[in-house]
Design a protein around this ligand. Sequence first.
Ligand SMILES: Nc1ncnc2c1ncn2[C@@H]1O[C@H](COP(=O)(O)OP(=O)(O)O)[C@@H](O)[C@H]1O
Ligand SMILES: Cc1ncc(COP(=O)(O)O)c(N)n1
Length: 277
Amino acid sequence: MVNKTPQVLTIAGMDSSGGAGVSADLKTFAAQGVYGANVIVALTAQNTMGVQQVSMTSPSMIHAQLKSVVDDLKISAVKSGMLGDVPTVEAVAEFLQQADFGDYILDPVMVAKGGAHLLSDEAIVAIKSSLIPLATLITPNMPEAEVLSGSNITNHEDVMQSASKIQQLGVENVLLKGGHASGKDVYDYILLADGSHFWLKSSRVDTIRTHGTGDTISAAITARLALGDDMKKAIIYAKAYVDATIREGIDVGHGHGPLNHQARVADRHFPEVLENV
Ligand SMILES: Nc1ncnc2c1ncn2[C@@H]1O[C@H](COP(=O)(O)OP(=O)(O)O)[C@@H](O)[C@H]1O
Ligand SMILES: Cc1ncc(COP(=O)(O)O)c(N)n1
């Protein structure tokens, strides 16, 4: 019997070592039981120690890939990751304005874990003006939130203000990820479209094997929305999944190693939900 598997799309870059970008997204989609399509906007020669080379896809080829997908598949949620430069952001924005891909999750990837820049300064401006207003959810980490909101983040109050400033740029929901802070616990902050907000608290795993965590949580949210979860439920489940992939780690590579995308989500992986604090 043929079942009705939801179809989702990632628009992102390829990581040759398979840990981040499109590879992480497809593994995450498969783990949630949704079908994943992929539009490749960049090739990166990359491993767990760094990014060695980047080659961008031409805007016409990006357009052609998006058209091939939309002409045939029924996409119910889409995410974007590494977008690299202004022509890419413009090509993606132009297409997303017309196509009906359902919820759009924008992961504003700027810098790889090893420190390589994956987005030009001009492209940050383009993302703000043409992609953020199209997004259902944006998922910045702390340095990305600082750039987007134009404000420093040193404490929880700053996190809340930064998320609010980002929401005012025209995006419905904001997930401000807390992996880059220090301390024995990790706090992710969520500001929803209706103004309600909450924190997700989990214990920090003492590891450098966190290559692709941002890609993975945003892909898991995309999948859960396509499966019918509301935004809050989708984010909480996706957080539990990324926690499982970090906690049940695998030994690959010599640097910022990849996650275990086959990890099973168990009760112990679910974060504590702190409402309205
Ligand atoms: N060492 C860690 N232990 C547990 N959770 C982590 C750890 N590092 C990151 N996370 C979680 O992984 C997700 C991505 O976090 P973050 O590192 O902030 O984003 P990015 O990968 O985009 O830089 C968040 O949900 C965060 O809480
Ligand atoms: C092609 C590509 N896309 C995204 C990332 C970000 O990875 P991370 O989630 O570790 O910040 C990356 N390193 N490479």
